[in-house]
Structure formats: structure tokens, C-alpha cells
Design a protein around this ligand. Structure first.
Ligand code: SAH
Length: 352
């Protein structure tokens, strides 16, 4: 469904990499530097209206308006956390789908957590995002536009880091996610350093292998949450398709091939995967691998009534891993009071 009054054929500038836009402009007889000017307005200055791009000739602005658009999602709602300064925004895409995006300012970093799909197919028991099912993939432009929309919550209108940890499975929308990564990374757009971009996957093995060959310096996170198929498979159905052994082998190959550490995300859920025995199994599994572990105390959702372990148990779990030589940090999620923490995002308004 298109919004009334929209020009159906207009091309969203945010879908194009700088080279692609320059080629489109060349096709219209505009020199390449004109594309660069437009990109500067959009990405550096946050100006999305061709009429306000005052260094372009009037005639050109008129032409651009008929052929192109700069489409940002509508901010249908936003909540600011009282505990920290993070902001969760509910964004309405052009066809009426909703996604959530989180702006997280912490320790001099301004991180945006983007969604890669509306809904999710993977049904992890502990995660809100998949509970309502899957609606569709997002386009690269829709991913990039989340970063621009979230940038407005930053006092300095700056974004330093982007994490693909919102709704959806990035590697189930591989091509558009890769396109978005390259776009965000381009010095002619936002120029976000590859090392400041993190893609997180629930463990789609063929795509981990493909990603290793992309020649990108992007950070890869893998949601593990269990060191055996019995533990992991009980909460992550994807484990049946890609069991722990196969997944870890692919991650070891990734680390060898790229010489980059994989970060394993491990939610700690009391009575499920957080015992001393679980910690020892995990340490054994990762022994000798170029990797890090990020422990995330479980953020409860209604559909999975469990609790995070106590602080002492979290620290003990961390100590066991560290004792085995595995670099381990604990992520205390931001925005818990506004349901903006890891695993709490939903394509919410859709179901209202
Ligand atoms: N589909 C991708 C991207 C989502 S990332 C993935 O699975 O990696 C979101 C991160 O938050 C993942 O590590 C996910 O496992 C974690 N997460 C999901 N639900 C959570 C919850 N209730 N509490 C804490 N972390 C959660």
C-alpha cells in the first residue's frame, strides 16, 4: 500500500550507494559532483528536502523532485529511558509496517540499534521480536533511514556506532544488510567505520561463511546462549538446522580467515543455561579460539517467564570463562524500563 499522494516511481536516494547515485545522475546529464552535493545535504546536514538544497540550480532541484525522494520513516512514537538516556522509536515504514530502533548514548559513543526485518522467522523462546511472526525484509534504504531518524535524538546529531541487533535476523536478509553496511561505511555518506558496525546473527552458518569472504572489517556477533544442542536447542529452534558443533566450526573458520575475533552473545537465564556446569561447557567449547564472550543477563519478556541469575552468579560465570582464558564481558542492557533492551523490541503497533 502506498501513502496517498506519493509519486510511485520516485527513487529513494537512501537506497543508492554513492557510485550508484552518481551513475543515475550521469544518466540524467548531471555531473558526478552534483550527486556528492546531494549526499552532503542528506547525510551531513540532515536536509531531506530538495527545495532546501540551495547550492543546486533551481531547474535541477525541480527535476530531482519529480524523479527522487529522500524517504524517512515516520516516527510514530518514542520513549526516553529514565534510567539512562536511550530512546526507543517506533517507526512506520512507507507500506505501513512498523519496526523499532534504539538510540543508545553511552560512554562517549552514540550507538543506533537497527532492525533488519519487520518481525522475525526464528522464534527464539526468550526474544519478543519473533513472537508475532515475520512480515517482510527491510530494504537497505530502510535500514539506513533508521540511522538518520535516530540521529535526531542525538543532541549533536551524531551517530558513531551502528549495531544490527534490533528486530529480525540480519543474515536472513543478507544482501540488503550488506548493502546497508557498505552504505553506512561510505565516506560520502555517514562514514561510520567498519569496526564500529556490528552485525549479530542467531547462527545462519552458510551466511557466516559468506560473510568471511566479503573483505569487510565489520564486527560479527553470534547469539549462542547454550554450549550444547540440548541447552541451545531448547530455546533456539535454529539450532536444529545449524547445531552447535557446525556453528562453532564455522566461527573458528571465520576467525582464522579474517583474523578477527567473533563475539559470542550469551544470555544468562536462571535454571536454563547459567549454572557452573554450563560455564565450564562453554569454556571448553571455545578453548583456543580467537573470540570474546558477551554475557547478557536475561531481560524478561511476558512470553518466557524466567529470571536472570543473581549478580553473584553472573560474576561467577564470567570468572569461570576468564579462568579458561576466554575474554568475557557482561552487558547490562540499556533501556530496560522502556522495553528497549536486547530482546524486547517488537513490531508492536502492528498488533494493536
Ligand atoms: N537475530 C539476531 C539479531 C538480534 S540481536 C541475533 O539473534 O543475533 C539481539 C540480541 O539480544 C541477541 O544476542 C539476542 O539473542 C539477545 N536477546 C534476545 N532476547 C533477549 C532477552 N530477552 N534478554 C536479553 N537478550 C536478549
Amino acid at each position: 500500500m502506498k501513502e496517498p499522494g506519493r509519486v510511485e516511481s520516485s527513487r529513494n536516494i537512501l537506497e543508492d550507494a554513492p557510485k550508484g547515485l552518481a551513475a543515475r545522475f550521469a544518466g540524467l546529464g548531471f555531473p558526478a559532483y552534483r550527486a556528492r552535493q546531494v549526499l552532503r545535504w542528506v547525510y551531513e546536514r540532515g536536509v531531506y528536502d530538495f527545495d532546501k538544497m540551495t547550492d543546486l540550480p533551481l531547474e535541477m532541484r525541480r527535476k530531482l523532485k519529480t524523479l527522487f525522494s529522500v524517504s524517512l520513516p515516520v516516527v510514530a512514537g518514542s520513549q526516553r529511558s529514565r534510567e539512562d538516556k536511550s530512546v526507543k522509536a517506533l517507526l512506520k515504514l512507507q507500506d505501513g509496517e512498523f519496526v523499532e530502533t534504539v538510540y543508545i548514548p553511552v560512554k562517549g559513543r552514540e550507538t543506533v540499534c537497527v532492525s533488519s526485518q519487520a518481525g522475525c522467522k526464528f522464534h527464539c523462546a526468550f526474544c519478543a521480536s519473533g513472537q508475532g511472526g515475520f512480515f517482510r525484509n527491510l530494504t537497505a534504504g530502510e535500514i539506513v533511514s533508521q540511522v538518520l531518524a535516530a540521529r535526531d535524538f542525538s543532541p549533536q546529531k551524531k551517530v558513531s556506532h551502528v549495531v544490527f541487533m534490533g528486530i529480525g535476523e540480519p543474515f536472513d536478509n543478507y544482501n540488503e544488510v550488506l548493502k546497508a553496511v557498505r552504505l553506512l561505511n561510505s565516506p560520502e555518506t555517514l562514514g561510520i567505520g567498519a569496526r564500529k558496525i556490528t552485525v549479530s546473527t542467531c547462527g545462519i552458518v552458510p551466511k557466516i561463511k559468506a560473510f568471511a569472504g566479503e573483505g569487510l572489517q565489520v564486527e560479527l556477533s553470534v547469539s549462542l546462549h547454550g554450549a550444547t544442542d540440548a541447552v541451545r536447542g531448547a530455546v533456539m529452534p535454529v539450532d536444529r538446522a545449524y547445531p552447535v558443533g557446525v556453528l562453532i566450526k564455522a566461527c573458528r573458520e571465520y576467525a582464522r580467515k579474517t583474523n578477527r575475533a567473533v563475539t559470542f552473545e550469551y544470555i544468562l537465564i536462571q535454571g536454563v543455561n547459567a549454572s557452573e556446569r554450563d560455564a565450564k561447557k562453554l569454556a571448553g567449547l571455545l578453548r583456543g579460539m580467537l573470540c570474546k564472550v558477551n554475557l547478557i543477563p536475561y531481560n524478561p519478556i511476558e512470553e518466557f517467564p524466567h529470571a536472570a541469575p543473581s549478580y553473584r552468579e553472573v560474576v561467577l560465570f564470567q570468572k569461570i570463562l576468564q579462568g579458561a582464558g576466554v575474554q568475557t564481558t557482561v552487558r547490562f542492557s540499556k533501556g530496560r524500563d522502556i522495553q528497549a533492551a536486547c530482546g524486547q523490541l517488537r513490531s508492536a503497533a502492528r498488533h494493536e
